[in-house]
Design a protein around this ligand. Structure first.
Ligand code: ADP
Ligand code: MG
Length: 639
């Protein structure tokens, strides 16, 4: 094949926009370009190791993988080279000219103008390569994919504006050279001491050697007999590793500083903030593995979307196997970031195989236990800092944890212990179920809770009126996931949990005989009204009955035990799900003047519908026919 002349390509529109942003908004933290490019080089070596399992010829008699950073003061270039998998011409065009990940638009919209915050986003959204343009006016990439002919290597050149050029070149060595032509204001990065320091800071844990040319002190040449007055550092042909090049998780715990753990986390997760906590263990037994698991301090933007991915990387005997290993952590702990290195799994393990492996199940259970124990430790700790951490953890991840109630039956009790709620007596989301139990009234036999669309709606729910009157504390739940999750929970620590908007209220011993008698009497007295109401509202309600649970409100809606509440029905409908129609029960307060008025009203039908619609509104819904509702209200107002 003959050498072809360079071909121009345009960047995908988004890339062009991104490049502009990168160079204009991230210049206050320029050094991250080294972290990003070294991380790409290291990924490329990981990929070679992985593909080399099935294609040993890819190693081309050059099995020692490394990254090399070289500085050229004369040409003002810094070059990051690796002998990893390399890029084919097509890959160079695709991977360096477009952004495959859908997150880019998101990325742009998230840029806040706060450069520190924006700098971390760049890594999160997989646009690391372009960070080179923070310091370079031009980037040349020369690459040869493993196994490809030397004559069919590729050169990619761009100044980071609208387009890039691609041409075929000859390149003997496998892998990729990223050559940054530094801008005049970035020539600092030609100082080896500075570059070493940055590599140590960001990339010390990278498990392959990052090498620079060894420098030696050379004294100035002088005439015979004179002593030299000075000298300079000059480069030799020898390369030396400047990182410790042992994967952090393989090292001994006591030899790792907190700073190293934190830096490793930041690299792993592309999070700019330190993690809240971590656990590092070598687990021995029938399944042997090392786990290094982190709890981030903030929830990722996509935590609650379908795009959310598990944050665990799987290694087998230090060989990188895959990202986002979702078999190694349950879905409700998807916020956990970390590394699992297994001694038992085969190197060619696939996602399908992982699903069936007993070892994987053991590892997942081990990871789950470790995280739950760590969180429990924070929750129980007397240390103020730990308490603060737990609070932050809960604010960020509390609602994800609740998914575990439906997902992980074996750990339900452990998860319940970690949950915190606000209550009718205390707005702070700080009451644990154990706290609640300790405050229960004499004779109280259940843990009461109410679910609603918002905390305010929960707090002011008519269903709570009697509880307030009797000063019985009720847990308020307003997370979207609450009602679904609580369906799986019947009790905590031997005490039943009861949703006060479901089924008839049974306050047990908290209600004295006299009150019960009064209710029976009222039910008797109101029977004709109740019958008439049932008839007027028969298309809307399953049943109408008298209640003592209300104090200030005329009526409320109640769902039967085991049925979906109106909130959940609304939510599912919004999500486009078909749900079986079920009618609520209407409970009326015989003490309320409006209800009393029903007995004598000559507008019975209007009043009945208004009372029903108001009950719908009180729990956050809309009347089925708002116009009819308004008409009825107005007609009643005019009387
Ligand atoms: P990410 O690393 O998150 O995929 P980057 O913007 O850092 O995003 O890199 C984009 C892509 O360019 C990589 O996914 C990879 O395919 C390719 N790439 C970048 N650097 C190298 C390299 N040194 N060797 C091989 N491929 C590379
Ligand atoms: Mg990258």
């Amino acid at each position: 094949m003959t050498e072809q002349s360079a071909k121009k390509h345009s960047f995908q529109a988004e890339v062009a926009q991104l490049l502009h942003l990168v160079t204009h908004s991230l210049y206050s933290n320029p050094e991250i370009f080294l972290r990003e490019l070294i991380s790409n080089a290291s990924d490329a070596c990981d990929k070679l190791r992985f593909e080399g399992i099935n294609h040993p010829e890819y190693y081309e008699n050059d099995p020692d993988l490394h990254v090399r950073v070289s500085l050229d003061k004369d040409n003002k270039t810094i070059t990051i080279s690796d002998n990893g998998i390399g890029l084919t011409a097509q890959e160079a065009i695709d991977n360096l000219g477009t952004i495959a990940k859908s997150g880019t638009k998101d990325f742009m919209s998230k840029l806040s103008g706060d450069q520190k915050a924006d700098a971390q986003l760049i890594g999160q959204f997989g646009v690391g390569f372009y960070s080179g343009f923070i310091v370079a006016e031009k980037i040349t990439v020369e690459s040869r994919h493993a196994g490809v002919d030397a004559a069919e290597a590729v050169r990619w050149i761009s100044t980071g504006t609208g387009d890039f050029e691609v041409e075929q070149i000859n390149k003997a060595s496998r892998g990729t050279d990223i050559i940054l032509h530094l801008r005049d204001d970035a020539v600092d990065y030609l100082e080896s001491s500075k570059v070493k320091q940055i590599i140590n800071k960001y990339s010390d844990h990278i498990s392959l050697p990052i090498e620079m040319q060894k420098e030696v002190w050379q004294e100035d040449a002088v005439a015979e007999g004179e002593t030299p007055q000075g000298g300079q550092m000059v480069k030799t042909d020898e390369w030396e590793a400047i990182n410790s090049a042992s994967a952090l998780w393989t090292r001994n715990k006591n030899e790792i500083t907190d700073e190293q753990y934190i830096e490793f986390y930041k690299n792993l997760s592309h999070d700019f903030d330190a993690p809240l906590a971590w656990a590092h263990n070598r687990v021995e037994g029938s399944t042997e593995y090392t786990q290094l698991l982190y709890v981030p301090s903030k929830a990722a933007n996509n935590l609650f979307t379908r795009e959310a991915k598990a944050g665990i990387k799987l290694y087998v005997k230090r060989v990188f196997i895959m990202d986002e290993a979702d078999n190694l952590i349950p879905n409700y702990l998807r916020f956990v970031q970390g590394v699992v290195d297994s001694a038992d799994l085969p190197l060619n393990v696939s996602r399908e195989l992982l699903q069936e492996s007993r070892d994987v199940k053991t590892i997942r259970e081990g990871n789950t236990r470790r995280i739950l124990t760590m969180l429990d430790g924070l929750a129980k700790s007397e240390d103020e800092q730990d308490q603060e951490k737990f609070k932050q953890f809960y604010a960020e991840f509390g609602s994800v944890m609740k998914e575990g109630l439906g997902e992980d039956f074996g750990n339900r009790e452990r998860i319940l212990k970690l949950l915190r709620f606000s209550t009718s007596n205390n707005d702070d989301i700080s009451t644990s179920l154990a706290d609640y139990k300790a405050r229960m009234k004499d004779g109280q036999k259940a843990i009461y809770y109410v679910t609603a669309d918002s905390l305010n709606a929960a707090k002011n729910s008519p269903q709570l009126e009697l509880f307030k009157k009797k000063d019985i504390e009720v847990l308020l739940m307003a997370d979207r996931v609450d009602e679904w999750a609580m369906e799986f929970v019947n009790e905590f620590d031997g005490t039943p949990m009861q949703n006060v908007s479901k089924g008839a209220v049974d306050l047990g011993d908290l209600q004295d005989a006299e009150e019960k008698k009064a209710l029976e009497a009222a039910a008797e007295q109101f029977k004709p009204v109740v019958d008439k109401l049932s008839d007027a509202l028969k298309t809307k309600t399953k049943e109408v009955r008298v209640t003592t649970r209300l104090v200030d409100s005329p009526a409320c809606l109640v769902t039967s035990e085991g049925e979906l509440s109106p909130q959940l029905v609304r939510m599912l409908k919004q999500a486009g799900q078909a749900i079986p129609e079920s009618k609520p029960t209407l409970e009326i307060n015989p003490e309320h003047p409006l209800v009393k008025k029903l007995e004598s009203s000559n507008q019975f039908d209007d009043l009945a519908h208004v009372i029903f619609d108001q009950a719908v509104i009180a729990e956050g819904g809309l009347p089925e026919d708002p116009a009819a509702y308004v008409k009825r209200i107005n007609s009643l107002l005019l009387k």
